[in-house]
Design a protein around this ligand. Structure first.
Ligand code: FES
Ligand SMILES: [Fe+2]
Length: 371
């Protein structure tokens, strides 16, 4: 018998999933021939671009004695550790030179590797693939090949605008993600006269369906109680507006709005930095209002406001979480959060057993809540 009325306890572990691509740094902040620090899943990284502009990511610890490589020298091709001058190829981590070796000492320098991670630039971000299991910091292992390329924003025409926003949150990846997919906080956290107020709360019914590694809120006509959608409806053609929202493990939320020949598409990620710290990166692409002055700025303003409201809320939430309270998940508003935890568990189970992942959703589901 399912527990019909009792809320479910929320799992407390905040395991970070390896074997996926993660956004590391905004691409426009990474310049050629320079070194930058980043942390993903508690792994310290040094990130940069070679002379041609190709990005790379290495574990920020020398395999000799653990010196952070970001403090070393970099000529756009090899990275030289600041402690004993060992040199590494930035793209595969292979050791090129150990200055202390004499001519008759034949240590196989080329068998030594600094940990190296697959790295790609995609839609304004440098993405890094964190393999499973993680390569040892010091060692003899060449880099792993990722199974797929880094995720991309879906685009529907050749010409579009692209913008990004980011915010750091002092909470675990799980709280970051369930906050992102939470439908019930809108009227309380995102109040603004031009968006919606608490008084506009009404019952909503949304259809969800399972997709590989995640779930989809099926194409629907967006919320009628928000001003921007009313404007959009006037601008494009009324009844043709549809929104599709997907969540895909480990941390991706995509939203696509299509209104006739116009579209808006976003790919938001919540990236685990450490166990208790995550970062939200929203990247949006659109061809809507491309010719209307101020609109891109306005869109960015609206998004920045939302993200800031979420960030502020999670900062406050982190205070409450310090003392490890019991938490709960209720139906139907927290059902997407339940699916997230179930998907994560199913993914880990599949990895343990080697069997195909069992999707927690049996089929399409309709959820109801007030927001
Ligand atoms: S610690 Fe890097 S060369 Fe020795
Ligand atoms: Fe929010």
């Amino acid at each position: 018998m399912p527990d019909l009325d009792l809320p479910q306890r929320q799992a407390t572990d905040a395991l970070m999933l390896s074997g996926f691509w993660y956004r590391a740094l905004p691409a426009d902040r990474v310049h050629r021939n320079q070194l930058y620090k980043a942390t993903l899943l508690e792994i310290p990284l040094v990130i940069g671009r070679d002379r041609m502009g190709q990005p790379f990511a290495l574990r920020d610890a020398c395999p000799h004695r653990g010196m952070p490589l970001n403090c070393g020298g970099f000529d756009g091709e090899n990275l030289e550790c600041g402690y004993h001058g060992w040199q590494f190829d930035i793209h595969n981590g292979q050791c090129q030179l150990i200055p202390s070796l004499t001519a008759d000492q034949n240590l196989r320098v080329d068998r030594i590797y600094a940990g190296s991670y697959p790295c790609e630039e995609q839609d304004s971000f440098i993405w890094v693939f964190i393999p499973d299991p993680a390569p040892p910091g010091a060692g003899f292992a060449p880099p792993t090949e990722p199974p797929d390329p880094a995720p991309q924003i879906e685009k529907f025409t050749g010409k579009y605008k692209l913008a990004y926003l980011q915010a750091e949150m002092p909470v675990s990846i799980d709280h970051g993600i369930i906050g992102l997919m939470d439908p019930a906080h809108g009227p309380f956290v995102h109040q603004a006269w031009w968006w919606r107020s608490q008084h506009s709360i009404h019952e909503k019914k949304k259809h969800f369906e399972p997709i590989p590694n995640g779930f989809r809120m099926s194409a629907h006509t967006p919320s009628s109680n928000s001003a921007p959608y009313k404007v959009l409806r006037l601008y494009a053609d009324a009844d043709s507006i549809t929104t599709t929202i997907d969540f895909i493990l480990p941390n991706i939320r995509t939203e696509t709005i299509r209104a006739g020949k116009y579209w808006f598409s976003s790919l938001t990620t919540v990236t685990p930095i450490t166990r208790n710290h995550c970062r939200i990166d929203v990247v949006a692409a659109w061809n809507l209002f491309r010719w209307v002055p101020f609109v891109p700025g306005l869109l960015k303003f609206v998004f920045a406001k939302f993200v800031e409201q979420d960030r502020r809320t999670m900062e406050l939430q982190a205070e409450g979480l310090k003392h490890n309270p019991h938490l709960m998940l209720i139906d139907d508003a927290d059902r997407p959060a339940k699916w997230y935890f179930q998907l994560k568990a199913a993914h880990l189970q599949a990895k343990r057993t080697g069997e195909p992942m069992k999707h927690p959703m049996p089929g399409p589901v309709t959820l109801k809540w007030r927001s």
